[in-house]
Design a protein around this ligand. Structure first.
Ligand code: AMP
Length: 141
């Protein structure tokens, strides 16, 4: 029984403007676009966050994402895109089925999308601690 709105789209229970699909992934137009041509790429199976996605599905997403970006650029004539993946509610994820936004951009000010980037400093001590923790965690995964 489909649970998330995107599972319902995959199952054909609710409509979408389908752009591409294969065994693993589906791309369709976002119903509330930030700009003309804004679309979404999802795995057909529902994983909530990117870190839940198994390697074969991640491979499929990675294979299709650059193709989708090229197609959206060709179709809309945009100059750039934001590829955005809100991972977890703390990061602004609303639909709990992992998805990549592809958002066409013509100028830095053409959508309501504003990426605040209040960059901080990385001290040598913190870099060393972070590096050792993340490298250790990578080795366990
Ligand atoms: P996020 O905030 O990253 O979870 O974004 C969820 C996105 O899904 C939003 O941009 C919505 O407009 C989009 N969305 C929600 N329901 C649908 C739907 N039925 N068809 C297409 N896009 C949808």
């Amino acid at each position: 029984m489909p649970e998330s709105v995107f599972e319902k789209i995959v199952a054909g229970d609710i409509p979408c403007h389908r752009l591409y699909e294969d065994e693993y992934v589906l791309a369709f137009l976002d119903i509330q676009p930030l700009s003309r041509g804004h679309c979404l790429l999802i795995p057909k199976t529902c994983y909530v966050e990117l870190d839940d996605v198994p390697a074969d599905v991640a491979t499929a997403l990675g294979r299709v994402l650059p193709r989708l970006v090229r197609a959206v650029k060709t179709a809309t004539g945009c100059d750039g895109v934001n590829v955005l993946q809100n991972n977890g509610s703390a990061a602004g994820q609303v639909v709990m089925h992992v998805h990549f936004h592809v958002i066409p951009r013509h100028t830095a000010a053409d959508t309501g999308l504003r990426v605040q980037w209040p960059a901080g400093d990385l001290s040598p001590q913190d870099a060393a601690e972070l590096k050792s923790r993340i490298v250790a965690a990578l080795g366990q995964l």
